[in-house]
Design a binder for this molecule. Structure first.
Ligand SMILES: Cc1cc2nc3c(=O)[nH]c(=O)nc-3n(C[C@H](O)[C@H](O)[C@H](O)COP(=O)(O)OP(=O)(O)OC[C@H]3O[C@@H](n4cnc5c(N)ncnc54)[C@H](O)[C@@H]3O)c2cc1C
Length: 475
């Protein structure tokens, strides 16, 4: 729990990012106690939506729908406490610069960010406004920095070393305590015009009215969802968490977690952990309760084990900064990888020669979801069979995944590409074997139509000099 001083600030600015919840939010509780007035904002940075040389856009319509629904729901919760979530689109530094000049807040609160793009505006504002207090906390992590047995710069190079140190220092993960949502919040500042005369910053519902609900219809048109789209809000997350631990799935998690499909084979908590409507502490508290009721075994422990992977990658991103996004990763090892457009398009559209890869990519493209095993298989294929630059795959995952998390995504891609935390220097999955092990009857391939687009044995329709290759492709 963070230290607090009651109402010491006239005005605080609370900048929501990937912490879109009211429950189990120590930073929010602190802000609510310290400030007489609070302004809540969410900023959509153009950097995180527009394209680059790898992808046309970094956020799919489905991801955008998921985010928007989450923001609306958070706004409803804030409204119940006589507050409002304000929304702005633009460079965070420029928007906040203007707001700080105008409103002169005493303090700014934000969940700790781990990657360079997200950290940058915070650092810039800190140096530009030395008289404003900037307060952040690791509300999306299991452990606060002072609870870790090492400083970030001394994070071990492998997950196993990290896990051993953590388990020695903090063995009782099941004792996690969840913090209640604040029962009330300080009111918004009177200077903020609720009618929306400040174009940069609008209450979420007014922004929605301005968009004419296009944010949701676009998503529905672009994706052919086979099941209802999942909701990103705090109540859905809490209900799902509860439903999972009502079953006995946790007692079998280790045996089922590698499945390509199926209800409760893995926890499916990741979309809510990624947008922060669920905290890892809430998961651990529910897990602890389950263990006390039904007993602890290797499977129940393994849920914590996987959450530690997430924790590791958060710290890994903090430690390695921009190296997270570089071709040579953290190893600086020379690697090859081209940007062959036709191969990338085949991978994305599920028309490679590999039905299992195609099925996975079809699922990802149309739903924004994919199992961990599926991610490993398609990543390995992109790197090893298609010999593409692994960052093209990582950016495509960023665009599509509803659970996109900068640290987990880029850390896992580096791991498979052999330029990250893998002591075995990369993973090359045998696609035939994977199919035999994880889809022996071909049900998954049939469900996601992995056979339909398969292009035979030849990947390229033209050679390096742009001449058609001699064996024609089937599609
Ligand atoms: C190439 C690649 C890219 C990935 N990109 C992301 C991403 O953008 N966002 C994301 O949350 N996960 C990512 N993962 C990790 C993992 O695939 C997902 O966390 C997992 O599939 C989510 O499903 P689940 O909630 O059912 O996981 P479970 O198996 O139930 O695990 C429980 C929780 O532990 C965490 N976790 C599990 N495995 C990992 C892992 N390998 N790395 C980090 N955390 C893990 C997740 O928070 C997950 O919700 C990626 C993995 C690969 C191989």
């Amino acid at each position: 729990m963070l230290a607090t001083d009651s109402q010491k600030y006239r005005l605080g600015l609370f900048w929501f990012s990937n912490d879109l919840r009211l429950k189990d939010h120590p930073l929010l509780v602190r802000a609510a106690q310290q400030c007489q007035h609070l302004l809540f904002i969410f900023i959509q940075s153009p950097q995180q939506t527009r394209g680059n040389r790898f992808v046309a856009s970094r956020m799919s319509a489905e991801r955008s729908r998921f985010q928007w629904q989450t923001l609306q729901s958070l706004n409803t919760k804030l409204k119940n406490l006589e507050q409002t979530l304000h929304y702005a689109e633009g460079e965070p530094t420029a928007i906040l610069d203007g707001l700080i000049e105008q409103l002169q807040p005493d303090a700014i609160y934000r969940a700790r960010q781990v990657a360079s793009e997200e950290k940058h505006p915070w650092q810039q504002l800190q140096s530009r406004f030395p008289n404003t207090t900037f307060i952040s906390a690791a509300v999306q992590s299991i452990y606060q920095p002072d609870e870790l047995p090492m400083i970030v710069d001394a994070l071990p190079d492998t997950f196993s070393q990290f896990r051993r140190l953590i388990e020695q220092a903090a063995p009782n993960y099941g004792d996690a305590q969840v913090l209640a949502a604040p029962p009330s919040l300080p009111p918004p500042p009177t200077e903020i015009d609720q009618q929306g005369s400040q174009p940069a910053l609008l209450p979420v519902d007014k922004w929605q009215a301005r968009l004419g609900d296009s944010s949701t219809t676009d998503a529905a048109e672009e994706t052919q969802l086979t099941s209802p789209p999942i909701k990103g809000d705090e109540d859905t997350a809490a209900n799902f968490l509860h439903a999972y631990f009502q079953t006995s799935a946790a007692s079998h998690y280790k045996e089922t977690r590698n499945a390509l499909d199926g209800e409760f084979t893995s926890t499916r908590f990741s979309p809510w952990l990624a947008n922060g409507t669920l905290s890892p502490t809430q998961v651990l508290a529910a897990l602890g309760k389950y263990q006390r009721l039904h007993g602890r075994n290797e499977s129940t422990y393994w849920i914590y084990f996987e959450l530690l992977w997430r924790e590791y990658f958060q710290l890994y991103a903090l430690k390695h900064g921009n190296k997270l996004f570089q071709l040579r990763g953290i190893t600086n090892k020379p690697v090859t990888g081209c940007l062959y457009g036709e191969r990338l398009a085949r991978w994305i559209n599920g028309t490679t020669p590999y039905p299992l890869v195609n099925a996975c990519m079809n699922q990802l493209r149309t739903t924004g979801q994919l199992s961990n095993r599926g991610r490993q298989i398609v990543a390995s294929c992109l790197i090893h069979e298609l010999q593409l630059d692994w960052r093209a795959g990582a950016y495509y995952f960023e665009q599509q995944l509803l659970d996109y998390d900068v640290a987990s995504n880029w850390g896992n891609w580096q791991y498979i590409a052999g330029v990250g935390a893998d002591p075995r220097q990369g993973r090359h999955f045998n696609l035939k074997k994977q199919q035999q092990m994880f889809d022996p009857e071909g049900d998954y391939i049939a469900k996601w139509r992995g056979d339909e687009g398969a292009c035979g044995a030849v990947i390229d329709s033209v050679d390096a000099a742009d001449w058609p290759v001699s064996v024609p492709v089937s599609k």
